[in-house]
Design a protein around this ligand. Structure first.
Ligand code: AR6
Length: 334
């Protein structure tokens, strides 16, 4: 998954670069800045002293010293006043500048804290949205693995409205499937007693009833594997492979594996990620999942959240992942 949201202490991340939410002096402070300086040791401060500070919205890079990360990218987020003082543009710039520096230093893995969302007061849900938007735009054009590191669960909040809508949807749809199975099997037994088996037309009769091209296409699809269906759908949607796997938050290597192995069986989150990327309807999503041996169920919160987004026509994988994270579910992607 090129973009992943994880709960961790950023000083523990073994990545090429971690990003520091610093202040303009670059001489250390509290919050994540204090933690990074503490973990990196005094040589970090010594190097920072040579940099001549950093303007809000800009970024500078140093070594990582005693950290597991090779580099620290120091960026200065805006102090949030009321959202009308250019805070959003400055925060976007922090992510863009940091990513550009990481790219210039050939970093393959980068971890960000939620810049400005602590002492600087940027509302956490909005800070997260800015992070996700800028990083996902960047990943459409660049190969990199980026982590957004959330320090504590409380700092992670999807919009109240979205949260309560999803919670309501889960309440309405969550069922104990065993109870449904018992109910259904009773009614199936009853209907068996009262109804005679219907006369099923044979294949030739079906053929006569349907336009042959349609039927031939449908018959071919019965034996289609997951990989074949995926490639067919990519063509039908007029997408390129790269557009599809990037939108699915799947990395290129995994996509190549699926492309070259006609019998590849993806994990359920990966299969769903492709369905979301292709903007499949609920029925098509079910079809695609079946090819990989899965189904959507109403006894599973993960599935209901996916169903919620598909039925609302919201195919933004990053928003879906925010919601899955908020409900403690595993995320979509590889
Ligand atoms: N790992 C990951 N995230 C963390 C960690 C950690 N170890 N510690 C805190 N956070 P803040 P700002 C989260 O206040 O708002 C400093 O004094 C935290 O929960 O560190 O940009 C600087 O010197 C929050 O969500 O940075 C500046 O003066 C996020 O990191 C000023 O604070 C950012 O909180 C910058 O303020």
């Amino acid at each position: 998954m090129p973009l992943e949201i994880v709960r961790n202490d950023i000083t523990k991340m073994a990545v090429d670069a971690i990003v520091n939410a610093a202040n303009e002096s670059l001489l250390g402070g509290g919050g994540v800045d204090g933690a990074i300086h503490y973990a990196a040791g005094p040589k970090l401060l010594a190097e920072c002293k040579t940099l001549g500070g950093c303007k809000t919205g800009k970024a500078k890079i140093t070594g990582g010293y005693d950290l597991p990360a090779k580099y620290v990218i120091h960026t200065v987020g805006p102090i949030y006043e009321d959202g009308k003082h250019g805070e959003k543009a400055l925060l976007e710039s922090c992510y863009r500048e940091s990513l550009a520096l990481a790219k210039a230093h050939n970093c393959e893995t980068v971890a960000f804290p939620l810049i400005s969302s602590g002492v600087y007061g940027y509302p956490k849900d909005q800070a997260l949205k800015v992070a996700i938007d800028v990083i996902s735009d960047f990943l459409l054009e660049n190969e990199m693995k980026v982590y957004i590191v959330i320090f504590d669960k409380a700092s992670y909040k999807i919009g109240e409205k979205l949260f309560s809508d999803i919670a309501e949807y889960i309440d309405d749809h969550y069922v104990d499937e065993r109870a449904v199975y018992r109910r259904e099997s009773v009614s199936i037994r009853r209907s068996f007693r009262s109804v005679r088996a219907p006369q099923v037309p044979d294949l030739c009769e079906y053929k006569a009833m349907m336009p042959t091209e349609d039927l031939d296409a449908k018959l071919k699809q019965i034996d289609e594997s997951f990989s074949q269906m995926l490639l067919r759908k990519i063509d039908e949607k007029g997408m390129t492979d790269a557009e599809c796997y990037k939108k699915a938050n799947i990395d290129r290597k995994l996509f190549s594996k699926i492309r070259s192995d006609v019998h590849y069986k993806p994990s359920k989150p990966t299969a769903i990620a492709f369905a979301i990327s292709l903007e499949l309807s609920l029925n098509e999503t079910e079809d695609m999942l079946k090819k990989a041996g899965f189904a959507l169920s109403h006894s599973n919160k993960f599935d209901i959240i996916i169903e919620y987004f598909i039925s609302n026509g919201n195919y933004n994988i990053f928003e879906i992942n925010e919601a899955l994270f908020a409900f403690d579910q595993s995320l979509l992607g590889a």
